[in-house]
Design a protein around this ligand. Structure first.
Ligand SMILES: C[S@@+](CC[C@H](N)C(=O)[O-])C[C@H]1O[C@@H](n2cnc3c(N)ncnc32)[C@H](O)[C@@H]1O
Length: 219
């Protein structure tokens, strides 16, 4: 497993929320609200597994009765733990590709998560084992398109974000590695790993840099 990108998140954890909110101009928060609203049309409670859970914002918004947070970063999990003190949450400090599923869940959420996997196919395969038949897998991810928005956003993410992120967090070295972590993936790169799923919702978010996908697992 390539642990380099996790080392970066370890360093950024304390200022991650502030830095994300500033560099995304608040768009990340709007996308999260839209995501949660769309998911709740299909499933409103049960057991949730949030993958690449970072500082726990997804679990906070979803607020299911029982939630597993899966992230290899100890520092991220620590911050999430403080944020979710009064919730029924369990932390799994591991990678999507290698974690052992504690019990089958009703919903897996992956918000800005799958591009961080070292091996997307292996990660999805392992997560798939943890989802009940009829359960939902919900994704928001930055995905490639031909639009000028996407090209501008890539320029912004690879040239400007490392600079602003460095200034906010003081972690210039960590942010210098950031452009390499922005994988240029397409909707198809994601969807080809979900053969046993039915897409119930797929939409391009605005600005058109990311895609929202909600799928139901078939028997
Ligand atoms: C951009 S953040 C995810 C944002 C988060 N999902 C949210 O809702 O705010 C990326 C996270 O992915 C985690 N990560 C990196 N590699 C991973 C892997 N192979 N499996 C699971 N999580 C991983 C990092 O530790 C980091 O916390």
């Amino acid at each position: 497993m390539d642990t380099k990108n996790v080392e970066i998140y370890e360093k950024l954890a304390k200022k991650y929320d502030l830095a994300t909110s500033i560099v995304s101009f608040g768009i990340e928060k709007i996308w999260r609200k839209i995501f949660v609203k769309k998911i709740k049309k299909y499933i409103n409670n049960g057991i949730l597994l949030d993958v690449a859970s970072a500082t726990g914002d997804m679990a906070k918004e979803m607020n299911f009765d029982k939630m597993y947070l899966l992230d290899p970063s100890e520092q991220m999990n620590k911050i999430a733990g403080e944020k979710l003190k009064n919730k029924n949450v369990k932390f799994i400090e591991d990678y999507a590709e290698t974690f052992k599923c504690p019990e089958k869940v009703d919903l897996i959420t992956a918000f800005m998560a799958v591009r961080n996997f070292d091996n997307l196919e292996k990660g999805v395969k392992n997560l798939n084992k943890c989802l009940k038949i009829g359960g939902y897998f919900a994704i928001v991810e930055l995905t490639r398109s031909n639009s000028i928005f996407f090209k501008l956003s890539m320029f912004y993410m690879t040239k400007i974000v490392p600079l602003i992120g460095g200034i906010i967090t003081g972690e210039f070295e960590a942010y210098r590695k950031f452009p390499k972590m922005i994988k240029n993936i397409s909707d198809e790169d994601i969807l080809k790993n979900f053969n046993n799923y039915e897409i119930v919702k797929k939409q391009r978010l605005f600005p058109p840099m990311a895609t929202l996908i909600i799928m139901r697992k078939n028997g």
